[in-house]
Design a protein around this ligand. Structure first.
Ligand code: ADP
Length: 498
């Protein structure tokens, strides 16, 4: 039988499914957007049932496009938006509240109230910085705000899961409550040293440990789909959070290899092998994946707003109809005209970490036009990324040799060239920029023995384009950027989140 692998890519704005063959050729794709709910300022929610329904449609479309039936799928890999928090009733499988999305800042004030000792405890055990981004404070919020939820959780009647867990719960007909180590490491409740849920952290957030899923490897026979639900009993043999999956899909298997994904946000990750590198530069340490019980770690830095800045130019300011048009508009002038955009639309992530920062366009003159704003937006994405990658390089004690890129905005050549210039290192874009889905497919294929080892996967790399740094001085650009960052910090007034 020809091995087909189905990658389920549960993103932030859409549910996707891709069928790959053994040569990692994409032979079928399905994609459906789902609703984004913004009930209050800085709140972002999804309907878990809509995530599932759109995912089912995406799977059907992908199989149809690939001209195969569900029983011809050899393995399923799942990759997902991380940290997004769903709590459901163990018996009925019904969510008790909408999914609270990773972008949601409602628990910012709570997270800022942590003592130094607690912040240190969290960092030491989880590799994370106390922030509203991660699942723990979101779970706590649901348990506190949905009537009776805390008591039901104590009685063991509720399940928490990130989107991978939720989809596996659905795909297995409710029989499995699992997550992989990479997703677990984003909850702020998982001890990345011991590879176990941490009771003391659960107590700190007042979360009963029984609500948490079993943590499994990222590859191997992890679960089977339910015949009734999927139409066949197929192994789910790969699970990883989207960024970790992209690192795997970019074949960054060795320590020091780095990737940056340019999607809604930017997510940079560097493989640190079996070592947990403790950052002195506000990067996160996280689990990249766990194979045969052995964890590989990574350093990570996230920028909350990247491609979504381009969406804002498109939808908020009406500059163009399609995100890809930003490049043409930017190249009309080919310069920012001296303006600086700080894309802190939902606060600042790594390495600045300020929930209260808000966006700004600075240095506007009578000559400033839409092309300058478009160009400065591309610079803003590249500058945000440069801050993160340079902080990471400091932690690693060596400059990055190159970065591999993917994600929707990585198709923008101008952005990639600016990035290479700013970092003064080559930027490598693979032919297959679907690294996230590919990573899940590779984990799944590895899990059932389609590929025997990671070494075998190395041969699959195909490069599309390499951007090399041009000489130039970026001192004044960096200087204005730094001034811009400083002045946007602390802009929003605390107390506006509840
Ligand atoms: P996600 O997985 O986070 O939903 P994608 O990887 O699909 O994101 O990328 C989509 C994002 O990339 C959108 O925010 C969009 O505005 C941006 N984008 C898409 N094409 C381009 C482009 N050519 N230049 C800049 N940004 C782009």
């Amino acid at each position: 039988m020809v091995p087909y692998i189905l990658a389920i890519d549960a993103g932030t704005t859409s549910s996707r499914a891709i069928v790959f063959d053994k040569d990692t050729k994409k032979i079928g794709l399905g994609q459906f957007e789902f609703s984004q709910y913004f009930p209050k300022n800085s709140w972002v929610e999804h309907d878990p049932n809509e995530i599932w329904a759109s995912q089912q449609k995406a799977i059907s479309s992908a199989l149809k496009a690939a001209k195969i039936n569900s029983n011809e799928v050899s393995a399923i890999g799942i990759t997902n938006q991380r940290e997004t928090t769903i709590v459901w009733d163990r018996r009925s499988g019904e969510p008790i509240y909408n999914a609270i999305v990773w972008q949601d800042r409602r628990t910012s004030d709570y997270c800022s109230s942590f003592s130094e000792a607690s912040i240190n405890q969290v960092a030491k055990k989880t590799g994370l910085i106390v922030d509203a981004y991660f699942s723990a404070s979101k779970i706590r919020w649901i348990l506190q705000h949905v009537e009776g939820a805390q008591d039901r959780a104590i009685r063991g009647e509720l399940c928490f899961g990130t989107v991978d867990s939720w989809l596996i719960h659905k795909l297995t007909g409710g029989s499995k409550h699992i997550t992989d180590a990479s997703n677990a490491s984003r909850t702020m409740l998982y001890n990345i040293h011991s590879g176990t849920w941490d009771k003391r952290l659960c107590d700190l957030f007042n979360i009963p440990i029984s609500i948490l899923p079993e943590v499994v490897n990222s590859s191997g026979y992890l679960a089977s789909t339910d015949q009734e639900v999927f139409g066949a009993k197929i192994p789910i043999s790969g699970i990883a959070g989207d960024q970790q999956s992209a690192l795997f899909g970019q074949l960054c298997f060795s320590s020091g290899e780095a990737k940056n994904t340019y999607g809604t946000g930017c997510f940079a990750m560097t493989n640190t092998g079996n070592h947990i590198v403790v950052s002195s530069n506000k990067m996160l340490s996280t689990v990249a994946w766990q194979l045969n019980g052995i964890r590989t770690y990574a350093l990570e830095g996230s920028v909350y707003v990247a491609g979504s800045l381009i969406q804002w130019l498109r939808d908020g300011l009406g500059f163009f109809d399609h995100s890809a048009d930003v490049e043409q508009l930017a190249l009309k002038e080919g310069t920012s005209g001296g303006i600086t955009i700080v894309p802190a639309l939902t606060g600042l992530g790594a390495p600045h970490w300020d929930s209260y920062a808000r966006g700004a366009i600075m240095g506007i003159t009578r000559g400033t036009n839409t092309s300058h704003i478009a160009y400065a937006s591309l610079e803003a994405i590249a500058l945000s990324t440069a801050d993160v990658l340079e902080a990471m390089a400091k932690d690693l004690g060596q400059p990055l040799k190159s970065i591999r890129v993917d994600g929707g905005a990585s198709t923008n050549d101008t952005l990639m060239q600016i990035q290479s210039d700013l970092l003064n290192c080559p930027v490598i874009r693979p032919l297959e920029t679907e690294s996230t889905a590919l990573g899940a497919a590779l984990l799944a294929g590895l899990g059932i023995g389609i590929w025997k080892s990671i070494g075998e996967l190395k041969d699959l790399a195909v490069i599309d384009q390499k951007f090399s740094p041009k000489n130039g001085s970026f001192a004044s650009l960096r200087n204005q950027w730094n001034k811009g960052i400083q002045s946007t910090k602390g802009w929003a007034e605390p107390g506006n989140y509840e």
